[in-house]
Design a protein around this ligand. Sequence first.
Ligand code: SAM
Ligand code: SF4
Ligand code: SF4
Length: 333
Amino acid sequence: MVVDTMQRPLRDLRISITDRCNFRCRYCMPKEIFNREYEFLQRDLLLSFEEITRLTHILTDLGVARVRITGGEPLLRRGVESLVADLAALPLRDLTLTTNGSLLARKAETLADAGLRRVTVSLDSLDQGVFAAMNDVDFPVSDVLAGIDAAASAGLTPIKVNMVVKRGVNSGEILPMAQHFRGTGHIVRFIEFMDVGMSNGWRLDDVVPAQEILDTIAERYPIEPVEPNYTGEVAGRWRYVDGAGEIGVITSISKPFCGDCTRARLSAEGVLYTCLFATGGVDLRAPLRDGSDDAEIAALLRATWENRDDRYSQRRSEATVNLPKVEMSYIGG
Ligand code: SAM
Ligand code: SF4
Ligand code: SF4
């Protein structure tokens, strides 16, 4: 096991397997920037599934126990099921995937068969017009809902549904989302719009603080807090007093949680970042491809984590907000 300069262990790994996506969510990949001229990573620059699995295996020896596959849109990468199968063979406590749901109806069954345990599906609104304003490609809400149903039938449960809340765009959808998923066993997680990357035009005024989200729901359905599942869990947990299930809030702006942050992120081209808001990372593709053995790579990973002092959200200020940061679609949400 390895700990950083703030005694935080390394427990979670988020693996981005592609920087491409079929959505253009305004808060993540705005069309003005992620257009035809944008240079996505070329195939040979991406880590292969063998390289990802080798790295993850080394990281399990350093303490990683939970792995999430993400992107970009991870289900766009061909053969993702075989990566799931390779990772499922490692000693992990949890293996999950975050998706926009567009291909989930087609893939849920094979992903579950390959050994995926659960999925998180992003869905910012149940209203077609509002959803279109968020994803900017007019993707049908009904297809995402069909994906969620397919995931439930395949046993990829409990399903989490991520909703990024942007004031004045989908903030009117908080209650309808809570209402729709109450009693289904799915857990809606309301996410404060974050200042990741450099291109989403983030302004503090667009953020709806978690307390306001909770108040909106509690006015209609009484809720009470629930103990976290484990130290370092990202979402604050709440349950409906009437037993209709659970919701979560991700308070990265209003109540940062860096003190418990045990997450590392691997970009699709093999750069390891120790913070979502990192300005730089450590290249692992070179050692993976130059014949370095597992012990050498493990030493590099250990040194990286031992030097870690990231706590961006807690330090958030004018100075850091203006530093160059990597994009969410690249580093993986
Ligand atoms: N494409 C997949 C999806 O959308 O679920 C996986 C990658 S996406 C980058 C992972 C998560 O990050 C999604 O739930 C998305 O809503 C969230 N996200 C992206 N940009 C964000 C931002 N600026 N603030 C908060 N959450 C964001
Ligand atoms: Fe694509 Fe996910 Fe980013 Fe939306 S949030 S643009 S679906 S990577
Ligand atoms: Fe972890 Fe960085 Fe987010 Fe803080 S800002 S919780 S260190 S990823």
